[in-house]
Design a protein around this ligand. Structure first.
Ligand code: F6R
Length: 615
């Protein structure tokens, strides 16, 4: 979603903001803009398009000078992506300037009220309403900017992260958050404002993350003051030392972040189980599970909520929790769960899965479950994210920053965490034998090496991609543990290549999708040795007799599918329950290569955002 960058200090703000906006590009956006105070006046430049378009336009339109500034990448919600709707927005007097992430839900009524008082609007955005509301409050109440922001935000319904300044008092920037993340980097007598820490990592590792319903007034030479928006009480700033470094958020020689992240999976999975999977001692150590073991053991059922790829990881977890720990599991789209008056009791455990930890629907589902007394456990990648903070306990995935919009290493590390949890619970419940438990630990420990093996098929997958890159439709089939992988493979292809793709449980094909099959339809079938192999082979035969083109994902050394399929891609053998960690890899590479061959923007596909902070 939208990205915010701001700077106040002794340096030139322009390059810091532009570079910062580029680092936030992964969040997804359709326009960009910047506002600078150049010592005399406010300079604003904004445009539909990318940050490079903004740079080109800035070269022509503004003096890129000034040590106070705010910049924005916009992912359109209210109003189409165009120059006028882009941020920053300026108040009617021309004094105040704002950038905003989120949605002001009651903007229509606020706008009517402001129009009746003589305000005019150039854009269709809720943000322009907000900046004029702030201006109106400032004038009516005769208060300073910080107070005006606070009063205005108390009239607003919705979600926001904002940064505002007044050209008449440019040594002060006011920021606030509710539902959209906002971090402040603390340098030496300088401050960086951003949606996440990536824009300021090279300048400082000291950061404050604003909590929901907090605002901060940042003054050059004077420091930062944080207050609660509702009751004006002062908050002690908590300064965190960031552990991520610049290298982790750069491409390191890969053409795309997505490819880098696909190749990072062996390390990401190892980092995720390190210190948790202790094979020699035959134990799994997970503090969040350990400390709340009673809740897990007494649970009537586990409800998993998530969106998109994280939801697919939840589906894999359903198989493994039920299979090993013998506990009933329901997997829900967070967006449906939160609105359908679900039956939740104090005996439910809810597991929320989210890479970003900021997904609005997942966050709302958590709040709903908490309000009904359920115990809520988070599986997040981004440390300190809203979901990580909102849950009672949790386990991080340790995948490292995931920048490519299409989720790859987040998925496999989520499955790793959930597998560890299921195994730990199974051990505590006695639903797994000691030898089976040890076997699982051994096999899980070997997964990173096997992922490395699976990655070696890259060149072969590239050739297959060349053959099928121009088709309009794809089918993905899998059974059991690999049914969710089929869904995930189809999602990956859709989101980055824009080719229509559907995932199905292989046996469901007969109930409808088989009608689609002809000689033009490529069908990716996950047919690994363990797990309904013979049944999948018969499904492949059904496809073959209808002339569909079969791309089989098979276990090394497979003979049967090889005879039937047009192409096979081998993955190493492992336990059925762990096979999604391997079968996913060729599907990620297939979608990646097809998208590259089609010339698509792999890391920032159209219309998509990395963290979906609006519902
Ligand atoms: C797909 C993808 C999305 C996310 C979904 C949930 O590649 O990235 O489907 O998985 O938006 O996001 P998180 O996991 O951040 O809650």
């Amino acid at each position: 979603m939208c990205g915010i960058v701001g700077y106040i200090g002794p340096r030139e703000a322009y390059p810091i903001i532009i570079e910062g906006l580029k680092r936030l590009e992964y969040r997804g956006y359709d326009s960009a803009g910047i506002a600078l105070f150049d010592g005399k006046d406010l300079k604003v430049c904004k445009t539909k398009g990318k940050v490079v378009d903004l740079e080109a336009r800035s070269d022509k339109e503004i003096t890129k000078h000034g040590s106070v500034g705010i910049g924005h990448t916009r992912w359109a919600t209210h109003g189409v992506p165009n120059d006028v709707n882009s941020h920053p927005h300026i108040s009617n007097s021309g004094d105040l300037v704002i950038i905003h992430n989120g949605i002001i839900e009651n903007y229509e009524s606020l706008k009517k009220e402001l129009i009746s008082r003589g305000y005019t609007f150039k854009s269709d955005t809720d943000t322009e309403v907000l900046i004029n509301l702030i201006e109106d409050v400032k004038k009516q109440e005769n208060v300073k900017l910080g107070k005006a922001v606070q009063i205005a935000l108390n009239q607003v319904i919705g979600a926001y992260a904002i940064a505002v300044f007044d050209k008449n008092k440019p040594e002060e920037v006011v920021i606030a958050r509710l539902g959209s993340p906002l971090a402040v980097g603390i340098g030496e007598d300088e401050f960086f404002i951003a949606s996440d820490a990536s824009p300021f990592l090279e300048y400082t590792k000291d950061a404050i993350y604003l909590e929901d319903e907090e605002m901060a007034i940042i003054r050059f030479h004077k420091g930062i003051k944080i207050r609660k928006i509702k009751d004006d009480s002062l908050v002690d700033p908590y300064i965190q030392k960031l552990k991520i470094n610049l290298e982790q958020i750069e491409k390191s020689g890969y053409d795309h972040f997505m490819l880098k992240e696909i190749h990072e999976q062996p390390k990401a999975i190892t980092d995720t189980y390190r210190g948790r999977l202790l094979r020699q001692e035959a134990i799994i150590k997970m503090a969040g599970v350990e400390d709340n073991m009673k809740k897990f053991l007494n649970a009537d059922r586990i409800i998993i909520v998530a969106c998109g790829t994280s939801w697919h990881a939840g589906l894999v977890a359903e198989y493994i929790f039920e299979d090993l720990a013998r506990v009933p599991v329901e997997v829900e789209y967070a967006s449906e769960f939160r609105y359908r008056n679900p039956v939740i009791t104090e005996k439910d455990v809810l597991i929320a899965i989210s890479q970003s930890g900021e997904t609005a629907d997942t966050l709302a589902a958590i709040k709903l479950a908490k309000s009904k007394g359920a115990f809520v456990f988070g599986v997040c990648n981004v440390v300190g994210s809203s979901i990580a903070r909102e849950t009672h306990a949790g386990a991080y995935t340790h995948a490292g920053p995931e920048i490519g919009v299409a989720s790859t290493k987040a998925f496999t590390t989520q499955i790793t965490v959930l597998t560890l949890m299921a195994l730990r619970l199974a051990r505590a419940k006695g639903t797994i034998s000691s030898s089976d438990f040890r076997h699982h630990l051994l096999e899980l420990e070997m997964i990173p090496k096997k992922v490395e093996e699976a990655l070696k098929s890259d060149a072969h997958i590239q050739k297959i991609s060349e053959i099928y890159k121009d088709v309009n439709n794809f089918l993905y089939l899998g059974r059991g543990y690999n049914f969710p992988v089929a869904l995930e493979g189809a999602l990956k292809l859709k989101e980055i290549s824009y080719i229509h793709a559907e995932g199905y449980p292989a046996a469901e094909m007969k109930h409808g999708p088989i009608a689609l099959i002809d000689e033009n339809m490529p069908i990716v079938v996950i047919a690994t040795k363990k797990g309904h192999y013979e049944k999948v082979v018969s499904n492949i035969q059904e496809i073959k007799s209808r002339k569909g083109k079969i791309i089989g994902i098979v276990t090394e050394g497979d003979v049967q599918v090889k005879e039937l399929a047009d192409h096979v891609i081998e993955v190493p053998e492992t336990l059925e329950s762990l096979s999604p960690l391997l079968t996913t890899i060729p599907l990620q590479l297939l979608s990646y290569h097809i998208a590259v061959m089609l010339g698509k923007n792999v890391d920032q596909p159209r219309n998509l955002a990395k963290s979906v902070t609006v519902e």
